[in-house]
Design a protein around this ligand. Structure first.
Ligand code: NAP
Length: 259
């Protein structure tokens, strides 16, 4: 399917690896020029070059921390005039509700709620003026089915979800859609570190921790970054202009719910 976005420009945050990289690749395959970002410049430059070589699009790499005001300022400058914004950052660490203090919550809110809001506030007005735009926020299945040990993530992402629900309806008349894409377990470094945590907690080999988690998914496996990216690219396409303020769940069937 032609996604109808060839020649458009996108900022994809936190995209040298994992789900962000999957989104960057799928957009590049659709002919979208990219601003890519991560903190580590080596992996970022390598990912950017691989995407240039494979898809022939223009890629600007901006190495910075998207969760800081300085990093956001750099990204906003590099991304002036973008048509598409994919927000993303690393997820907060797991733990127990008794572990977290105010500073932990502030860090989680900065990373997974206030950073995407700052980028939307800076880049959506230009999209509205031009009469077309797409925003996809990478959140988590925990928005629909909170995960007890990911309380920091549950809290921050719920805040972003509430913000998007209101804002998406305010910008839709200008041709800009804002939606959230909710990963369940996908095969990335983040999933490997959660497998590692489960292995240590339960005193079992990491392969067994992974097998147990796979068995808990009706699809019987982890999702892939390529599947995730393809869904993101569709949500950024010409065909998704009537999708507004949705929370699109990609979890292999884990959430047993009708809404
Ligand atoms: P990942 O494999 O750990 O990839 C993270 C990517 O983001 C890397 O490119 C990393 O590069 C970059 N990054 C991390 N923190 C950053 C920051 N502060 N500023 C700029 N770039 C940053 O993670 P993932 O699995 O793709 O997950 C992406 C998001 O989805 C996370 O918020 C995660 O919590 C959420 N999620 C993932 C899953 C899953 O199963 N994978 C499930 C639910 C939710 P650098 O380290 O070099 O910065």
């Amino acid at each position: 399917m032609d996604l109808g976005i060839r020649g458009k420009r996108a900022l994809v945050c936190a995209s040298s690896k994992g789900l962000g990289r999957g989104c960057a690749e799928a957009l590049a395959e659709a002919g979208v020029d990219l601003v890519m970002n991560a903190r580590g410049s080596e992996a970022l430059e390598q990912a950017a070059q691989e995407i240039r070589d494979r898809f022939g699009v223009t890629v600007t790499a901006v190495a910075c921390d998207v969760t800081t005001p300085e990093g956001q300022a750099e990204l906003i400058e590099a991304a002036q005039g973008v048509d598409i914004l994919v927000t993303n950052a690393g997820g907060p660490p797991p733990g127990m509700w008794t572990d977290w203090d105010r500073e932990d919550f502030i860090r989680a809110l900065d990373a997974n709620m206030l950073s995407p809001i700052a980028l939307m506030k800076a880049l959506v007005p230009g999209m509205m003026e031009r009469g077309w735009g797409r925003v996809v926020n990478i959140t988590s299945q925990s928005v629909k089915s909170p995960i007890p040990q990911l309380g920091l993530s549950n809290a921050a992402r719920a805040g972003l979800t509430g913000y998007v629900a209101g804002t998406s309806r305010q910008v839709a008349p200008s041709g800009v859609t804002i939606n959230n894409l909710l990963p369940g377990i996908h095969d990335t470094d983040r999933a490997a570190s959660l497998d590692d945590g489960a292995s240590k907690k339960d005193g079992i080999p990491v392969e067994e921790a992974r097998a147990r988690r796979e068995a808990s998914i009706p699809a019987g496996r982890y999702g892939t970054a390529a599947e995730f990216g393809a869904t993101c690219a569709f949500m950024c396409s010409q065909h998704a202009g009537f999708m507004v303020g949705q929370n699109v769940l990609l979890d292999g069937g884990v959430g047993n719910q009708t809404m």
